[in-house]
Design a protein around this ligand. Structure first.
Ligand SMILES: NC(=O)C1=CN([C@@H]2O[C@H](COP(=O)(O)OP(=O)(O)OC[C@H]3O[C@@H](n4cnc5c(N)ncnc54)[C@H](O)[C@@H]3O)[C@@H](O)[C@H]2O)C=CC1
Ligand SMILES: O=C([O-])CC(=O)C(=O)O
Length: 329
C-alpha cells in the first residue's frame, strides 16, 4: 500500500460534504489502493455536528480510511495536505445570484490561500467549490504565491454533467454517449455551455439534435439556471450532484482523461481563446497520466460563441475587481 494521501475537505459539516466524504474515503476518487488521511475543517460552532459526521465515517468501516482529523484550526487543517477540496462557504438562497455571495465568502478564500501558502505541500491540488467559485479560486491563488497557479481549479463539472444529461435526455440516449461538451467561463448564469464540438455516439451533437433554436435558447438557459431551479424546488442548493461532480473532477485530474476526450474545469487562463490571462475561467482540458492538464487548442469559435465567451469573461473581470477591493479593504 502507498503512503496515505492527505485530503482536506472544508465545510465538512455541511450538505455537500455529507454526500462527498463517503466517496472519497471509500476509494472511488483516488483509487482502490490509495489510503486516505481525511482532514475535516469547519467553523467552531459546527464542531458538534462534525463529531457526528466523524462517527458515521468510522461506522462505515472503510479499509482505506487510515485517519480522520476533525478541526476548526486552519493551520492544523492545511498542514502538509496533498489535496484541498474547498467547499466551506455560505450557499445562496432563492432569488440570489452566486456573485451576491462574494462579500460574505471571498475573505474565507483569502485566509485559506494564505494557509495553503504557509502550510500545504507545494504540489497541493486545490479545487474550489464555494461560490462564487471562479472568483474565490482566483483569490485563493493570489494569496498563495508559492504554489503554482495551475494547481488552483474551480468546479464547473456540475455544469458539464448537467449539459451532458440535458442533451442525452433530448435524444433519448445514456449520458455517457455524449462526449466533449464544453463549459466556458464562469460558474454562473453567464456561463456558455457549448456543444459545437460535442459528439453523441461519435456523431456531432448538432447533427443529431437538429434543432439549433433549442440549443441556442432552451438548452443553454436550462444549464445556466439549473442551480437556481434546484434551489427553488429543494429550498437548498444542489448537494448530491455537486458532490458527484467534485468526484468526477478530482478523479479525472488524478487519473487522466480518456483518449480523444476532454472535460471542463475552471483553470487559470493563459490567454488562450482571447481570455484575459490570470482569470479562473472554465475551459476544455485534457489530462495525462502525470496529472498535468493542457487546454484543448484550435477549436473553432463562431460569432455566437465569441459573444457568449466574452460576456462571461466580462462578468469574471467585474467579480475579480470587486473581490480584490474587498480583500484589500
Ligand atoms: N461550484 C459548484 O458547482 C457548486 C458550489 N456550491 C457552493 O458550495 C458551498 C457549500 O455548499 P453547501 O455544502 O450546500 O453549504 P452548507 O451551508 O450546507 O455547508 C457549508 C459549510 O461550510 C462551513 N463553513 C463556513 N465558513 C467556513 C470556513 N471559513 N471554514 C470552514 N468551513 C466553513 C459551514 O459551517 C457549513 O458547515 C456554497 O457556497 C455553495 O453555493 C454548491 C453547489 C455547486
Ligand atoms: O446554484 C447554486 O447556488 C449552487 C450551485 O453552484 C449549483 O447548483 O450549481
Amino acid at each position: 500500500m502507498s503512503k496515505p494521501l492527505r485530503v482536506l475537505v472544508t465545510g465538512a459539516a455541511g450538505q455537500i460534504a455529507y454526500s462527498l466524504l463517503y466517496s472519497i474515503a471509500k476509494g472511488d476518487v483516488f483509487g482502490p489502493d490509495r489510503p486516505i488521511s481525511l482532514v475535516l475543517l469547519d467553523i467552531e460552532a459546527m464542531m458538534g455536528v462534525l463529531k457526528g459526521v466523524v462517527m458515521e465515517l468510522i461506522d462505515c468501516a472503510l479499509p482505506l480510511l487510515t485517519e480522520i482529523i476533525p478541526t476548526s484550526d486552519i493551520s492544523m487543517a492545511f498542514k502538509d495536505i496533498d489535496v484541498g477540496v474547498l467547499v466551506g462557504a455560505m450557499p445562496r438562497r432563492e432569488g440570489m445570484e452566486r456573485k451576491d455571495l462574494l462579500k460574505a465568502n471571498v475573505k474565507i478564500f483569502k485566509q485559506q490561500g494564505q494557509a495553503l501558502d504557509q502550510f500545504a505541500k507545494k504540489n497541493v491540488k486545490v479545487i474550489v467549490v464555494g461560490n462564487p467559485a471562479n472568483t474565490n479560486a482566483f483569490i485563493c491563488k493570489k494569496y498563495a504565491p508559492s504554489i503554482p497557479p495551475q494547481n488552483f481549479t474551480c468546479l464547473t463539472r456540475l455544469d458539464q454533467n448537467r449539459a451532458q444529461s440535458q442533451i442525452a435526455a433530448r435524444v433519448g440516449v445514456s449520458c455517457q454517449d455524449v462526449k466533449n461538451v464544453i463549459i466556458w467561463g464562469n460558474h454562473s448564469s453567464t456561463q456558455f455551455p457549448d456543444v459545437t464540438h460535442a459528439t453523441l455516439k461519435g456523431k456531432p451533437v448538432l447533427e443529431v439534435v437538429k434543432d439549433d433554436n433549442w440549443i441556442k435558447n432552451e438548452f443553454i438557459s436550462t444549464v445556466q439556471t439549473r442551480g437556481a431551479a434546484v434551489i427553488a424546488a429543494r429550498k437548498l442548493s444542489s448537494a448530491m450532484s455537486a458532490a458527484k461532480a467534485i468526484c468526477d473532477h478530482l478523479k479525472d485530474w488524478f487519473h487522466g482523461t480518456p483518449d480523444g476526450q476532454w472535460v471542463s474545469m475552471g483553470i487559470t487562463s493563459d490567454g488562450s481563446y482571447g481570455i484575459e490571462k490570470g482569470l479562473i475561467y472554465s475551459m476544455p482540458v485534457k489530462i495525462g497520466a502525470g496529472q498535468e492538464y493542457t487546454i484543448v487548442q484550435g477549436l473553432s469559435i463562431d460569432d455566437f460563441a465569441r459573444s457568449k465567451m466574452d460576456a462571461t469573461m466580462k462578468e469574471l473581470i467585474e467579480e475579480r475587481d470587486a473581490a480584490l477591493q474587498t480583500c484589500e479593504a
